[in-house]
Design a protein around this ligand. Structure first.
Ligand code: NAD
Ligand code: DAU
Length: 368
């Protein structure tokens, strides 16, 4: 790619990364090099619309590969690194945590270290303008009780799953590279995203596809765990804002101000699928099946996003109800994308995760 103004994105073939790359090319005049290993979660089809776009380039590779990262930085001379690449699914981290420590901790360390070497070679405006934006999660803060105030930037870290612990480790490394070396690092901690291109192992796409196909809708525990949902394009806009206006060394919480209990989200999905694809089998809500809970399942997440609103002027544009409607419609209109991601490895994961979860009787437990 021979473009002077460019950024390096890691994990740009995943859910949020691919939405970010598309949004970046649409909203800026600068270019993107996307470094992605294409694990089960990475899907080049998400970016098929960029074929032939001279401002986009793809490099398959591992963020743990220091030599590769060093070469890409030397050759491309990006003005920023936006780091999405990660293992991201909590249930997988419970079954097999190794990959989470490797990619999320060691991979982030490798990127930070190579970025530091690169940044030290820069001078003048190029050096002053360089940014490393580390994309993280609200899960590092742990869990909230029903009346607790939402997570703010000074909430102490208390990660509860191997995924959250590995992201917390990466956040600490990012922080240390600012404090020790003065490298211009920014960290964002965001709540649950939803929207197009989300891999159907996560709650919302899994429920849409199962509802469409008349399969059981596996709700963990009592279904009353709460998540704070944000439409993915709002998250991408927030990241662009932090990159442009954020203060190096700072962290910014990003959230949708849309707390919902899981069972309410699943009921709404059922109603939307009923409306858009009326099924011969009747109401989709009848497919809801309460299954054995996730071990260590965080009860509630909620983000206090006043800092980014006050200091940088970002606010979410999408309401949860309209965003969810758009998302259901997107999945219904993209059967070829769904077919493409449902490989044998996907089917093996679904079999493993749900076959091992005994169904629980919600009525007897007073859950319904
Ligand atoms: P995802 O699992 O959909 O995508 C991850 C991407 O990273 C994939 O394209 C994968 O191929 C790539 N990848 C994995 N290991 C790699 C490696 N070693 N080298 C290079 N590429 C690698 O994840 P997502 O949901 O898009 O999340 C992106 C980032 O945002 C993650 O850091 C995650 O922790 C964070 N985040 C996600 C959410 C959410 O709700 N999904 C919310 C807050 C923060
Ligand atoms: O909060 C941000 C985090 O949100 C991100 O950092 C993670 O990468 C992302 O995966 C997400 O984590 P969650 O664990 O909250 O998302 P998930 O979609 O896996 O689950 C959402 C809620 O739904 C959670 O309370 C568990 C529940 N659930 C999930 C699945 C897959 C079910 O009840 N049934 C299911 O089958």
């Amino acid at each position: 790619m021979n473009v002077r103004d460019s950024i390096l994105v890691t994990g740009g073939a995943g859910f949020i990364g691919s939405n970010f790359v598309l949004g970046w090319l649409e909203n800026t005049s600068s270019a993107v090099l996307n470094l992605d290993l294409l694990t089960y979660a990475g899907n080049p089809a998400n970016l098929a619309s960029l074929d032939g776009n001279s401002r986009y380039a793809f490099q398959r590779g591992d963020i743990c590969d220091a030599q590769l990262v060093a070469r890409l930085l030397r050759e491309q001379r990006p003005r920023a690194i936006v780091h999405f690449a990660a293992e991201s699914h909590v249930d997988r981290s419970i079954v097999a945590p190794d990959a989470f420590v490797r990619t999320n901790v060691f991979g982030t360390f490798t990127l930070l270290e190579q970025a530091r070497i690169y940044w030290n070679m820069l001078s003048g405006a190029e050096r002053d303008g360089f940014r490393f934006l580390h994309v993280s999660t609200d899960e590092v803060y742990g869990t909230l009780g029903p009346e607790d105030p939402a997570f703010h930037e000074n909430t102490p870290y208390a990660p509860n799953s191997p995924y959250a612990a590995s992201k917390a480790g990466s956040d600490h490394l990012a922080r240390a590279y600012f404090h020790t070396y003065g490298m211009p690092v920014l960290t964002t901690n965001c709540s649950n995203n939803y929207g197009p291109f989300q891999f159907p192992e996560k709650l919302i796409p899994l429920m849409i596809l199962n509802a469409l196909e008349g399969k059981p809708l596996p709700v963990y525990g009592d279904g009353k765990n709460v998540r704070d949902w944000l439409y993915v394009e709002d998250h991408c806009a927030a990241i662009r804002t932090v990159l442009e206006k954020g203060r190096p060394g700072e962290t910014y919480n990003i959230g949708g101000n849309s707390e919902r209990a899981n069972i309410d989200v699943v009921n709404t999905i059922c109603d939307l699928v009923d409306e858009m694809r009326p099924g011969a089998g009747g109401e989709r809500r009848k497919l809801i099946t309460y299954v054995q809970d996730r071990p260590g399942h965080d009860r509630r997440y909620a983000i206090d996003a006043t800092k980014i609103a006050r200091e940088l002027g970002w606010k979410p544009a999408e309401r949860f109800e309209s965003g969810l409607r758009k998302t259901v419609r997107w999945y219904l209109e993209h059967p070829e994308w769904i077919e493409n991601v449902r490989t044998g490895a996907y089917r093996a994961w679904i079999e493993q995760n749900y076959a091992e979860r005994a169904e629980i009787e919600p009525v007897r437990q007073g859950l319904k």
